[in-house]
Ligand binder design. Structure first.
Ligand SMILES: Cc1ncc(COP(=O)(O)O)c(C=O)c1O
Length: 459
């Protein structure tokens, strides 16, 4: 029997949700072009589209919202946030941004020239798109075991250090303006990166004069995984672990919509003063003045408070147990998932769930649609729709190694009963998996295709 998660909070405010009929869902899906991003949230029963910006904020955060200082320049909430970010990351400079991708946009605008490469363990879709939008090449160098959905190793988000060094030598450090590490590795199953790997990545990049930036959206979950899985850190407070992770980097991008437990916001932090000056210029053009960066003062306060709550060890223990509960129950039912589960989501392993649908027929998207039809559950495809691309040399379509459907768990939102409902729906679907069919595109934009593409079922 899977150990169940015990919530370190009680519920004070509730939001009604409703179940639709199967006939209604068929029509909704058809109207949405078989893309769940085009479905209204009120037509979803359990919404596992993302853990981003979907957290339930605490009473302490809501109280802080009332203390929002909406001055254009120098609002007090900026200084509260500055103190928090300095205490957690140790970085000397930071600017707020309206969310994580805005931090990426500003960072790459100030660092990446056309033709340059940005290596990472694995770029998330927005990071990848922001590098490409600057004419750069995003390069994924996660260790091979990170691409094996059945390998039970503790740190599947680690970068392959030998490949990283070989890549730098082949490409030339002058063509690599920065390296990145995504903690945890969202596109690779929410898998953590070990402290040893953060340190080794930093050493290799620094040997060639290349700065390291963390994509730190889920740094607290990553730090807690290190505490649980690395015996050297079992007794170390999670704040100290986080500080050590950041100490090996030169800066970070952050979507505060994840481990910041806020509904909107992000930031870009760094140690290089020259870069900070350029970032401020870019920020003023794109986001806003450096003491608000596209956010209201009340949002800055919610982030400042949320960042501390996201580091609370009782919260983190519950958080990983909650995700682990869903994963464990699915495994008990024999449903193939990426193992071990990540921190923020459970990923259905589509290649084993629907082996009869080839990647060219978009099996992940087919499974996303089937989950919605079966139970009004919304997940997201992280597979061929999100990542397949044409090889510029051969013109052939290159499919990703992992074909996944992510069931991302909003923080402090759903109960164990909701998770049991998800398991039951997946079980019913798995029983008749042979009946599911693939999809084809009726519309597909060039960048970030999954958000707006439209599909139709193959007969
Ligand atoms: C690893 C990672 N990086 C960057 C982002 C982008 O953050 P945002 O959605 O706040 O723009 C996300 C969002 O899901 C993410 O998971």
């Amino acid at each position: 029997m899977v150990k169940f998660p015990v919530e370190p909070f009680k519920i004070k405010v509730v939001e009604p949700i409703r179940q639709t009929t199967r006939a209604e869902r068929e029509e909704i899906l058809h109207q949405a072009g078989y893309n769940l991003f085009a479905v209204r949230a009120e037509d979803v029963y359990v919404d596992l589209l993302t853990d981003s910006g979907t957290s339930a904020m605490s009473d302490h955060q809501w109280a802080g919202m009332m203390l929002g200082d909406e001055a254009y320049a120098g609002c007090r909430n900026f200084f509260n946030l500055e103190e928090t970010i300095e205490a957690i990351t140790g970085f000397q400079y930071f600017v707020p941004t309206h969310q994580g991708r805005a931090a990426e946009n500003v960072l790459f605008a100030c660092t990446v020239e056309p033709g340059q490469s940005v290596p990472s363990n694995m770029h998330f879709d927005t990071t990848q798109a922001n590098v490409i939008a600057r004419g750069g090449h995003p390069v994924n160098l996660v260790a091979a075991v990170g691409l094996d959905p059945t390998a039970h190793v503790p740190f599947k988000g680690d970068v392959d250090i030998e490949r990283l060094e070989a890549f730098i030598q082949e490409t030339g450090p002058e063509h690599i303006p920065l390296g990145m590490l995504t903690v945890t590795n969202n596109s690779g199953g929410g898998q953590p990166v070990s402290m040893a790997n953060v340190r080794a990545t930093s050493e290799v990049l620094h040997k060639y004069g290349i700065p390291l930036f963390l994509d730190a959206c889920r740094y607290a979950e990553n730090a807690y995984f290190i505490k649980l899985r690395d015996p050297d850190y079992n007794e170390t407070p999670v704040l100290e672990i986080a500080r050590e992770m950041f100490s090996y980097a030169d800066g970070c991008t952050m979507s505060a919509k994840k481990d910041g437990l806020a509904n909107i916001g992000g930031f870009l932090a760094m140690n290089d003063e020259g870069l900070y000056r350029r970032v401020c210029q870019e920020l003023i053009i794109r986001e806003g003045f450096p003491t608000y960066g596209g956010l209201a003062g009340r949002d800055l306060e919610a982030i400042a408070r949320g960042l501390w709550e996201g580091l609370d060890e009782r919260y983190l223990a519950y958080r990983l147990a909650h995700t682990g509960y869903l994963a464990g129950r699915l495994v008990e039912e024999g449903i193939p998932i990426l193992e071990p589960p990540g921190g923020h989501a459970v990923y259905l392993d589509v290649k084993r769930f629907l082996p009869h649908i080839p990647q060219s027929e978009l099996p992940g998207q087919a499974l996303v649609c089937a989950l919605y039809l079966e139970g009004g559950i919304r997940g997201v495809e992280i597979g061929s729709v999100m990542f397949a691309h044409e090889d510029p040399q051969t013109g052939e379509v290159v499919y990703p190694d992992l074909e996944l459907v992510r069931l991302a768990i909003p923080r402090r939102v759903y109960t164990q009963a909701h998770l049991d409902y998800v398991v039951e729906t997946c079980r019913r679907l798995y029983e008749r998996r042979g009946e599911l069919r693939g999809l084809r595109y009726t519309y597909a934009p060039r960048l970030l295709r999954h958000f707006t593409a439209r599909f139709e079922p193959l007969s």
